[in-house]
Design a protein around this ligand. Structure first.
Ligand SMILES: [Zn+2]
Length: 78
């Protein structure tokens, strides 16, 4: 089952409609794990369930209303 992640449509700050774009980013836990390895530490593995949650599709959009740039992780339905 491959369900497309739900694309956010509104500014989380002021509610204006925004055209969000898909935005590739490295999951936060990956960045942290790399930092830990750079220090010579081995980060503990995360449960798969947690990794899936944290590595969802992300979207970025600039709001014309409040001029905030938002990064949002899309959540897969189901
Ligand atoms: Zn806004």
């Amino acid at each position: 089952m491959s369900t497309a992640p739900q694309r956010p449509q509104f500014c989380p700050w002021c509610g204006s409609p925004i055209g969000f774009e898909e935005h590739d980013h490295e999951p936060r836990y990956e960045s942290l794990a790399k930092e830990a390895r750079a220090r010579g530490e081995e980060p503990p593995p995360l449960p798969e369930r947690v990794r899936e949650q944290l590595s969802g599709e992300s979207f970025a959009g600039a709001c014309p209303g409040c001029r905030m740039v938002s990064h949002v992780i899309g959540h897969r339905a189901g």
